[in-house]
Write a protein that binds this ligand. Sequence first.
Ligand code: ATP
Ligand code: MG
Length: 573
Amino acid sequence: MLQSRYFVPTLKEAPADAEVISHKLLIRAGMIRRLTSGVYSYLPLALRALSKISNITREEMNRAGAIELLMPTVQPADLWQESGRWDYYGKELLRIKDRHDRDSCLGPTHEEVITDIVRKELRSYRNFPINLYQIQTKFRDEIRPRFGLMRGREFIMKDAYSFDRDDAGADASYKTMYEAYRRIFIRLGLKFRPVEADTGSIGGNFSHEFMVLAATGEDTIAACTACDYAANVERARVRYDGTRDTTPPPPYTAVATPGACTIEEVAAFLKIAPEAIIKTILLDVDGEPVAALVRGDREVNELKVKTFLGANQVFLASPEQVTAWSGAPVGFAGPVGLKGVRILADAELQAREGWVAGANAADTHFINVSLSRDAAISAYADIRAICEGDVCAVCGGAMEFPRGIEVGHVFKLGTKYSKAMHATYLDENGKEQFVIMGCYGLGVSRVLAACIEQNHDEHGIIFPPAIAPFHLALLNLDPKDPDISAKALEIHDLLEQQGLEVLLDDRDERAGVKFKDADLVGLPMQLIMGGKSLARGVIEAKDRRTGEKTDLPVDTFLQAFSAWKDRVYKGWE
Ligand code: ATP
Ligand code: MG
């Protein structure tokens, strides 16, 4: 491809509204342009990169036995009313009316449409299992569209839906998709981690998010450095090692702690470590009072409390509720003598006796508290947030907390949609059964942004070969010299015959501009040719990732190039 005849409108400066690096670089490299909030045009280079991401995704989905189709963008409201999501989905669902005043929406996802197809067309047990997918444009009216392609309102997603006869089949479909996702992200050349995510009411290990690791990611991951265990930090399990000091302390007594209502204030006042204090957090769990106890230096994880109690909603108690339930102002609640409140204690609180805890009276704490002796604990459970220093709940290895960008999500749906929309089949005995579903999303356009967040430097993008819009940039530094231009074209054609995609910068521009643009666009390989290097009998090759330069002799060019290319690609493995 001749760059002079192509369309790569690079820019020196990023627009002021671009906050993250991928957004800045996608605009500066001439890959995207904003049409309106969260809506972008994909210019030719971006389209090529997106096609590569889609094609790898498609190949691996097909290999995993999934079947591609394409569903409409506009969806009628009645399907969404049937599933119950017309009301539930909220403002992210862009609703429209047609000329007959009928309600419709722009599809943010396609569970309703696919379930409608399957319930009408597939009626026999012989039709299942089946996994159907599409690569299609989605619309979500995000409350805060931002970061360019990372959180758009209009974006490209690959979404797949599996339908199975029974639970075991659905679990197998889930595992097949999980493995397909692993292969996709490995082939794309991205550093990633599959992490356990919240399954809501489904339970089990049947929701994973695939995270591209990048310092700028919105999500924090708790990841083991020794084994495969990784989870969303909000969900990461904490292991209590079982150590126990059961020496009974002397009877508990009240001490005055005037005005000391935070852990730090109590610790400073009593000259003790925060670890010796019990933090008591009062929660409103589906309207019922619950006290969650953790060590003073820990935080209560409300999601874990919610999951443990199988609750729908958990709120921090209001100051009025705290006073009503504990009989004291905020800051003095404790487990001893707390009446009418269910008390959940973090597992780790079994490790010792002789705690300091609130006394349920203003300006007062108890010392020498024994939870087993002095309090009515309804259960010990893992209810605290994981933190620095905790070890892996699976293997005991050291944990780290990298940041990541969610690019994919695999999820077992169970019968949520098949029950709501009555999607059934007839089993071997002619008996009607609900199909069991799974859904599997992959953000194609977000992958492009995440790839850049992970792979860039101060000069621009550094594309992994699998995603790069072209394989290499060929820079002709002397485009006015007919001999050199002829030679450049010859090299261009030669490489294209080898199956490589070459962007030949034949523009009438200074060498400095070409170097800058080539680094900005970030194709993994650069070949630089001009009068000076040709006089030495070489073409200069630059590995964009390492910056390393190599002279390739013109005489044995193809051979030298192929060895160099192998080295560049190997560096990406
Ligand atoms: P998020 O928590 O980031 O809002 P989500 O849970 O809403 O994501 P899913 O409904 O699981 O996302 O969608 C599947 C995939 O689609 C996500 O993993 C992500 O890669 C992509 N995606 C979701 N929302 C957007 C968006 N606004 N812009 C770009 N990609 C998106
Ligand atoms: Mg979302």
